[in-house]
Design a binder for this molecule. Structure first.
Ligand code: SF4
Length: 527
């Protein structure tokens, strides 16, 4: 692995068959050097440093993962943002939220300050999501609105980044219909943001730089975190290639941060007073599988993090296949490892799991759930489920319903299947009528609501430790927080409690949240 002082943080990389992605009819090649091409299209100059390429994104080579410790904002950009404001809109998952924290950190080191008012922003970034089609439609709708802003304020810098930018078709659509965008960059080169801003501002060209290579790890990037809960990436990418999922193409191959780097980051967060950390990865259970110089997995990391001064540690997201006994045993020890596990199942039918290429069966999933329930007292399980996958029959959907009954989830994210261009499932015949998909989703959601209500009811009368997150959204006199099992709790209390742990006796339950009364510390001590 590469150590401090490693080179090559500065150059974009990629092959050069741009014609596959862009409508170049009428385009004029102005120059081509150092792997960068400059075109003139419809009155706009476009600089293509590198572009998305699914074939490259899918490639899983044997190259060592490069870890860079030498990140620094280029000297000439260190004060570039002084007196300027930025606004970032984030779509999608926690991974994107966390990338946004990094971009905010980078921008603030350049002197930029954040604003919630886009009208006054000098730089607007849309950090996009590619998981579902409607997320994509929202971004294109947003770009339509931003066009007016750009016309009124030509100096405004507009960038599209995140997973959508890693999609081949998206870059083409932006170039042909939204040529007023200034920068398009992907998930692998966020650290290049200062350099890309410089290129876009000084060249006045639309800069496209989307890396499809396998991906490096850049340590020491600045982050702007808020509140008392932090997200920490422990690994990047995914090698599972579930047939419906675009992530392995947009986020690259699985690559784990070194445990010493993760542990050092958590120690620093503990020192800063953070109360909760969620470890992030597309498939955290695969953590460490790419290490060649050590035998160290996610179970080992969780064991090591038990001794760290962060009161609550969670993780997401898991793949059931890589969830091993070492991890189950570590979680069974409790302490600062929360008894709340998100374990995506997607379907209860073996035939569908096979078509999804999930690489586990209903039986092995249920066996794992059994092990977890036996090892972790008061375990709360949540999951992801897709309904209406191509070819899903009524019987196969009923197998999902019966699995949901058997597991007894506290919560689930449920989705109707929609194809993602470029994935194997998109080539399967989508033969489940839309009304059937809707009806299945409704039935599934009704069952899950019933289960969530039952889980809430079981807490009635109990006194639970709650981490107070803030004022309740609907009632300023109430506070909101989360239990160890991630249940949302509302109760009365002063704002000074925000950020601390309070014990709350549960007095009322609803389907998706619970209510209670704070128990004074003296009363707790007396019990
Ligand atoms: S494990 Fe998750 S991120 Fe990876 S391909 Fe499957 S669904 Fe996508």
């Amino acid at each position: 692995m590469e150590k401090p002082g490693s080179p090559d943080l500065k150059s974009g990389k990629g092959t050069k068959d741009y014609s596959r992605y862009f409508d170049f009819s009428g385009a004029k090649l102005i120059s081509e050097e150092d792997g960068k091409a400059t075109y003139r299209i419809k009155g706009r100059t476009i600089q293509v440093n590198s572009q998305p390429d699914y074939k490259e994104g899918k490639r899983r080579g044997k190259e060592e993962i490069q870890i860079h410790y030498d990140f620094a904002i280029p000297e000439e950009m260190k004060r570039f943002g002084e007196g300027k404001l930025y606004s970032i809109t984030t779509y999608g998952c926690q991974m994107n939220e966390h990338d946004t924290e990094t971009m905010k950190g980078l921008l603030e080191q350049m002197g930029y300050r954040g604003t919630d008012n886009r009208n006054e922003a000098d730089l607007i970034l849309l950090n996009t999501c590619a998981i579902r089609e409607n997320a994509e439609d929202k971004v294109f709708g947003e770009l339509g609105h931003l066009k007016h802003l750009k016309t009124e304020k030509p100096g405004l810098l507009l960038g599209v980044c995140g997973c959508m930018s890693q999609e081949e078709g998206v870059v083409n659509r932006i170039l042909s219909k939204h040529g007023f965008v200034d920068m398009i960059f992907g998930t692998h080169n966020i650290h290049r943001l200062p350099a890309l801003i410089k290129e876009a501002v000084f060249s006045k060209e639309l800069v496209v730089e989307v890396w499809s290579k396998e991906g490096d790890i850049i340590e020491n990037l600045p982050k702007k975190r808020e509140g008392m809960r932090a997200w920490v990436n422990i690994m990047y990418g995914c090698d599972k290639f579930c047939t419906y999922c675009i992530v392995p193409y947009t986020r690259g191959k699985e690559r784990s941060r070194l445990p010493e780097d993760v542990i050092a980051e958590l120690r620093e967060l503990a020192r800063q007073g953070f109360k909760e950390v969620t470890l992030l990865g597309q498939n955290v259970n695969a953590y460490g599988k790419d290490f060649e110089d050590r035998d160290y997995t996610f179970g080992d990391l969780m064991e090591d993090l038990r001794g760290i001064g962060i009161p609550r540690i969670r993780f997401m997201t898991s793949h059931p296949r890589d969830f091993d006994d070492k991890l189950v045993a570590a979680l069974g020890k409790g302490g600062n490892l929360m008894e709340s596990i998100h374990l995506p199942v997607q379907s209860g039918s073996n035939a569908i799991l096979k078509r999804m290429s999930r690489k586990y069966s209903r039986e092995t999933y249920l066996e794992l759930v059994g092990k977890l329930k036996a090892a972790v007292p008061n375990l709360s399980l949540s999951t992801d489920i897709i309904v209406g996958f191509p070819g899903e029959t009524d019987e196969q959907f009923e197998e999902t319903m019966s699995l949901v009954r058997e597991v007894g989830y506290d919560m689930a994210y449920t989705f109707i299947y929609s194809p993602r261009e470029g994935t194997p499932a998109a080539a399967m015949e989508d033969n489940v009528p839309v009304e059937v998909k809707n009806e299945r989703l409704q039935r599934l959601n009704a069952l899950l609501a019933e289960q969530s209500r039952a889980a809430s009811d079981a807490l009635l009368g109990r006194t639970l430790e709650v981490l107070v997150e803030g004022e309740s959204k609907n009632n300023a006199n109430m506070l909101s927080g989360r239990t160890r099992t991630n249940k949302l709790v509302h109760f009365e209390g002063p704002a000074e409690w925000i950020g601390s742990f309070v014990h709350v006796k549960i007095t009322d339950t609803k389907t998706w949240y619970i209510k209670g009364e704070a128990v004074p510390a003296e009363a707790l001590a007396a019990n």
